[in-house]
Unconditional design. Structure first.
Length: 241
């Protein structure tokens, strides 16, 4: 709790800042003798920055909020008349809690992304009967090579083997193959994923490529191709020959 020279005072909890306006004679009695007690409740997640302004004898702390211009933030989150030490402690406390809540939010976002990626891999290990295959553009290796010649496409290899190895098995030149971790595609936004428009995805058995292609289509409206059967089919055909 931080008291100021003015009747206002501040309570910093683990979730928010409470700025309580004056009651009778500057004492907080639970209610204002001449009217309703006024207070502002500010969640840490809405705070963008904290400014400490030092005066001759007292300090002012201004809490800037998301989506508000300076004048609005000043009205909502200005605390005047704090002693210097109290103001410094308040700023440190708020900045610490804002960083803490920001880290929690980042962890939650990453957790959601990891859950999405895990579902993708789990699904790829099983059959693909639950997929809407009507949205897929599946082609064989011959069609893929023809597409590379006709348009500015790339083969996107989703596995772990080196590009030279994939090139040797598929017969596609190394310069036409890009190796990418499928996690990166799942985590990327629309602007980054535009790069994969009309790309041709290749994986081991075709399942991960199917899921990636459908993810781009469903989430971002991006069209792409999938090589049927993946690298395993190519290896099988090579062995038969």
């Amino acid at each position: 709790m931080f008291y100021g020279f003015t009747p206002d005072f501040v309570i910093a909890t683990d979730k928010r800042i409470l700025i309580i306006k004056n009651s009778f004679l500057g004492l907080y009695t639970g209610k204002n003798v001449f009217g309703n007690t006024s207070y502002n409740s500010i969640p840490y997640r809405q705070i963008t920055s904290v400014i400490l302004s030092r005066g001759i004898s007292m300090c002012t702390v201004v809490i800037r909020l998301q989506g508000m211009v300076d004048s609005e933030s000043k009205n909502e989150g200005e605390i005047k008349g704090l002693w210097s030490k109290d103001a410094e402690n308040l700023v440190k406390s708020i900045e610490h809690m804002v960083e803490h809540h920001s880290n929690i939010q980042t962890q939650n976002i990453n957790s959601n992304k990891n859950d999405t990626t895990k579902k993708l891999y789990d699904a790829s290990l099983n059959n693909t009967n639950d997929l809407d295959l009507s949205k897929l553009k599946e082609i064989d290796i011959t069609e893929a090579i023809n597409l590379l010649k006709l348009q500015n496409s790339k083969i996107i290899w989703l596995g772990t083997e080196p590009i030279d190895y994939v090139s040797k098995i598929s017969g596609i030149t190394s310069s036409s193959i890009i190796k990418i971790n499928p996690d990166k595609i799942i985590e990327a936004d629309l602007q980054i994923n535009q790069f994969f428009s009309n790309s041709i995805f290749l994986c081991y058995n075709g399942n991960i490529a199917r899921h990636i292609s459908l993810h781009l289509k469903n989430e971002h409206g991006i069209n792409s191709y999938v090589i049927k059967g993946g690298l395993i089919d190519m290896l099988s055909n090579t062995t038969k020959k």
